[in-house]
Design a protein around this ligand. Structure first.
Ligand code: ZN
Ligand code: ZN
Length: 373
């Protein structure tokens, strides 16, 4: 790296504008590496973090989704997570969290997403503590020992790898591993933000016979339709009555029996009760979208019993999900024009990017430290 200093977009106080500050780029310790950030995603979770909806330390450089290039490798770092040799200049992506690997959840349960002491870039790594550069909204990021780093597959440019952001590996975990989608199934996706889009894409790749996307606003549904994401699109705002939406969805399922799988990707508590009604008897329901606590919602547990519904949850993703996300990127990109999801912003426009994400004005805002085209 030519410069010894990196800018970073710092959250100092909840609800206050983010500020661009600088920090010296440290030399990597053994097992660590320095990456230059090429693109960093702005996620709905960042909006919630900015509002103070999650208990995180401040100050913090935001950004838990990023791709970049290796600038310096610490001693002992010779290959990526899969064993592919790693060199300076290589295009890489990295999993956003480092589980401890020793606790009950990591070892006994084997559920690394549930680790209570996992370190997460851009979320719980303080800016005022060494190594300072622990968030993706920066020129450079310090990737600590234990980070799962992946060399991007040949032919996968950074804009493809960042297009789904954390929603890509989150969908791999929830849709493929937790609830599963089998060939020929009818799948309802509630929500048409990045999580819903990613979930629908993986449902298609799994061989779903029909994917029904219930979401909005219309601009997001139009983009989904153009990309071939979803076979049927139901606009929440055009069909404002939940009972009408349920009837519409049931009419799209075999025999009107309901969907085999319903994926909650909306992050709206009320979506859950509505989604139960869209599932068939003996169907499967996954709550994937409630990443922040937006409050309680009335549900009728009788519906779960009577229908013999399987209701599951899925939290974030671990290294194995990120690995399979990276490995499936070329197939995803063959089928869907991922880069159409992106709207680029220069790093110094992080506040504008965050506001646009909060307003649902863009599908995926991406910060480009070198300057957006
Ligand atoms: Zn995220
Ligand atoms: Zn742990």
């Amino acid at each position: 790296m030519a410069a010894m200093v990196s800018r970073g977009v710092v959250l100092r106080a909840f609800g206050e504008p983010l500020v661009v500050e600088t920090a010296e780029v440290p030399a990597p310790q053994p097992g660590a590496l320095i990456a230059r950030v090429e693109m960093a995603g702005v996620c709905g979770t960042d909006v919630h973090l900015h509002h103070g909806n999650l208990p995180i330390p401040t100050p913090v450089i935001l950004g838990h989704e990023a791709v970049g290039r290796v600038v310096r490798l610490g001693d002992g770092v010779t290959s990526d997570f899969t064993g592919v040799p790693l060199h300076e200049g290589d295009a890489i992506a990295w999993a956003s969290s480092i589980p401890c690997g020793r606790c009950h959840w990591c070892v006994v349960e084997g559920e690394r997403t549930l680790c209570e002491t996992r370190r997460v870039y851009g979320i719980n790594q303080r800016f005022d503590e060494w190594p300072h550069l622990s968030g993706g909204w920066a020129d450079a990021v310090y990737l600590q020992p234990g980070t799962a780093v992946f060399k991007l597959p040949v032919g996968t440019p950074p804009e493809r790898a960042i297009a789904l952001g954390c929603a890509g590996p989150t969908a791999v975990h929830g849709v493929l591993d937790v609830i599963g989608v089998r060939a020929g199934e009818t799948v309802v996706v509630q929500g048409s933000g990045p999580v819903g889009i990613a979930a629908a894409m993986y449902a298609h790749l799994s061989g779903a016979a029909k994917v029904i996307v219930v979401g909005g606003p219309a601009s997001r549904l139009a983009l989904a339709r153009e990309l071939g994401v979803g076979d049927v699109h139901v606009d929440l705002f055009a069909v404002a009555d939940p009972a009408a939406r349920i009837a519409l969805v049931l009419g799209e399922t075999p025999g009107g029996r309901g969907a085999d799988v319903v994926l909650e990707c909306a992050g709206v508590p009320a979506a859950v009760a509505e989604g139960f009604e869209m599932a068939r008897r003996n169907g499967r329901y996954l709550v994937l979208g409630q990443y922040t606590d937006r409050g309680a919602t009335p549900i009728n547990p009788h519906v779960i019993t009577r229908k013999q519904l399987t209701v599951a949850g899925s939290w974030a993703f671990a290294e194995a999900h990120y690995l399979r996300y990276i490995q499936s990127l070329p197939r995803l990109a063959d089928r869907f024009d991922l880069t159409r999801l992106i709207t680029p912003y220069p790093l110094e426009d992080a506040n504008r990017a965050l506001a646009d994400v909060a307003a649902g004005a863009v599908m995926k805002a991406v910060l480009v430290p070198a300057g957006a085209a």
